[in-house]
Design a protein around this ligand. Structure first.
Ligand code: PBG
Length: 331
């Protein structure tokens, strides 16, 4: 515009826009870099053969039989995703979740099959009872309460069965007290001292697990999970949970959900300096998918911005249903 021609330049010693001038200079000064190495892809393993059933609230996510799980792992591996975390949909449920530690159940079978067909894939397993109990709670119920210590016994059996199948990392997601220490000593007693524990250390009572419960068929039939999962209002308590799990022997600690708890991720990372994971959960994924399907957001950009934010907050490992899509974008 002509009336701007005679303006005088400001005498600025710093112009922060200089470092945003081109893509090459932006890349030069970029502080957070995503890599497929940091992603873990969650997979929902069911019985049968040739099963590949899409979860309605999670487009792009499936219930997979063991053979299909192996195919998915190989496809992900080809895209650079080296880690997966397995959840199970058992053929039968009971009040104590006993198929969680059945050596022939979907998760244990899938671990063996993946280790056979794709040995360099890192296999993590989720350790919890909610998918295995007929009431859908994460533990054994005694007098209308989720009984902590008997539940820990069941979790120990489950973690040991996953390690026996060949899991590299077991990931207790139940939020019972004392489970990390109990799992650690049981693994060590049986010679599984190289199996690592990634504890869901600060796991909140979140509305954003909704789609997962469809995927894993694990919604509680009555009541809720507030007696063990954390109150969303608390951040200092998260530090106590994490401290406890580290003291009991956790190798990696997790904050879950991710996006709504970025402040917690940062505080946990700064305080403990541990390998820190964050779970970009089903509801967080479903929101992006739904908005994208309506044409309301640019999905690839929203996905990368989301994952970058989680990494920028301090998380080294991101569990995400977007692992494959993001790895393809990064290629
Ligand atoms: C428990 C478990 C849950 C998730 C991971 N492990 C569900 C729950 O606590 O109710 C949620 C993951 C997600 O929402 O993506 N086995």
């Amino acid at each position: 515009m002509s009336h701007l021609h005679s303006h005088t330049s400001l005498k600025l010693t710093r112009r922060l826009r200089r470092l945003r001038h081109s893509e090459s200079i932006r890349a030069l000064v970029r502080e957070t870099r995503l890599s497929p190495d940091m992603f873990a892809l969650p997979l929902f393993v069911c019985g049968g053969e040739g099963v590949r059933r899409e979860i309605s609230s999670m487009p792009g996510v499936f219930n997979l039989s063991v053979d299909e799980t192996v195919k998915e792992v190989q496809a992900a591996r080809g895209e650079g995703v080296r880690s997966v975390i397995l959840f199970g949909l058992p053929d039968r449920k009971d009040d104590i979740g006993s198929s969680a530690y059945d050596p022939e159940a979907p998760v244990q079978s899938a671990v063996r099959a993946i280790k056979r067909e794709s040995p360099d894939t890192l296999v993590m397993t989720d350790v919890c009872l909610c998918e295995y109990t007929d009431h859908g709670h994460c533990g054994v119920i005694i007098d209308d309460e989720i009984a902590n210590d008997p539940t820990v016994d069941q979790l120990v059996r489950t973690a040991v069965s996953h390690a026996a199948a060949g899991a590299d990392i077991v990931a207790p997601s139940d939020m019972m007290d004392g489970r990390v220490g109990a799992i650690r000593s049981a693994l060590d007693e049986r010679g599984f001292e190289n199996v690592a524990i990634m504890s869901y250390a600060a796991k909140y009572w979140s509305a954003f697990y909704g789609p997962f419960r469809e995927a894993a068929d694990s919604a509680p039939k009555f009541g809720d999970r507030r007696s063990h999962q954390m109150d969303p209002a608390n951040a200092r308590e998260a530090l106590r949970e994490v401290e406890q799990d580290i003291a009991e022997g956790a190798d990696i600690i997790m904050v879950k959900p991710a996006l709504l708890y970025l402040d917690v991720i940062t505080r946990v990372k700064e305080r403990f300096n541990m390998p820190t994971a964050a779970y970009h959960v089903s509801g967080e994924y479903a929101m992006l998918k739904a908005a994208a399907r309506n044409g309301w957001i640019d999905e690839p950009r929203a996905m990368m911005e989301t994952l970058t934010s989680i990494a920028r907050a301090g998380s080294d490992i991101i569990l995400t249903y977007y692992a494959r899509e993001a790895a393809r974008m990064l290629a």
